[in-house]
Design a protein around this ligand. Structure first.
Ligand code: 8X3
Length: 256
């Protein structure tokens, strides 16, 4: 396919760790300029330093996707001087695994605010420029949980189903433009996802990935690069990807 990414500018939300960080790394290797977004400025600055050898331009933008005013002000200032070619809507989280009737409403709100509202705030700010330039690519990070729920997945699944619906909607609403919208729905990826979900309970988090090889964030980054690097007439809209040892949210082949 060649490298269509060299010299483009990519904005990644949730770039401090996991899938966002791996995507940023692979893209820097491919020669894209970056806007690294997240809540932790120190971690973002450290990444900027670490990516120095790739020789790409890197901007750091500290904001919380859940904070609408912060998103709007940071991004409007950025967009005055910077064209964004690719938006990776990666920021998001899962919290808890209780049955919905025993669920923690604060955790629900946090997931809804980050996974749905945050994605909308960022996209609402960035995409008008893509439409105006008639150029751009949006990549949303969904989840197997958005296609098929599982016990205790309730609100997290609903937020990821919303991400998938919004990806479809964006594709429809951007029909007639050159802007493409892709969705990646991963199964088990070993990141701090489960650690966050179980509020730092490492034993519980480790158990999620025990006895089989889960996906690594770099696997998702490789897929993201493939999607983003596809020729401009190719719009890879939706990809479901799981470890070979996982066939759906319930079926894992553990211990070989
Ligand atoms: C992450 C995958 O199955 O833990 O979105 O919900 S799962």
């Amino acid at each position: 396919m060649g490298n269509q990414l060299n010299g483009k500018r990519v904005l990644v939300t949730g770039a401090t760790s996991g899938i966002g960080k791996a995507c940023a790394h692979r893209l820097a290797e491919a020669g894209t300029d970056l806007v690294l977004c997240g809540r932790n400025g120190e971690k973002l600055e450290a990444l900027k330093q670490a990516f120095g050898p790739f020789g790409v331009d890197i901007k750091v933008l500290v904001f919380d996707v859940r904070n609408r005013k912060e998103v709007e002000s940071r991004l409007s200032i950025l967009l005055e001087t910077t064209a964004i070619d690719i938006l990776i809507n990666n920021a998001g989280l899962a919290l808890g695994l209780e049955a919905f009737d025993g669920g923690d409403v604060d955790q629900w709100e946090e997931m809804i605010d980050a996974n749905i509202k945050g994605l909308l705030y960022v996209s609402r700010a960035v995409v008008p420029q893509m439409r105006r330039r008639n150029s751009g690519h949006i990549l949303n990070i969904g989840s197997i949980a958005g296609k098929m729920t599982y016990p205790g997945g309730n609100v997290y699944s609903a937020t990821k189903a919303a991400v998938h619906a919004l990806g479809e909607a964006m594709n429809i609403d951007l029909a007639g433009t050159a802007v493409r919208v892709g969705n990646i729905a991963p199964g088990a990826v070993e990141t701090n996802f489960s650690n966050t979900r179980f509020s730092g309970d490492e034993t519980r988090a480790d158990a999620v990935y025990e006895g089989y090889e889960p996906l690594h964030p770099e696997d998702i980054a490789d897929l993201a690069l493939y999607i983003l690097n596809a020729p401009s007439h190719v719009n890879i809209q939706d990809v479901l990807v799981m470890p070979t040892a996982q066939r759906n949210p319930y079926v894992h082949s553990r211990n070989g």
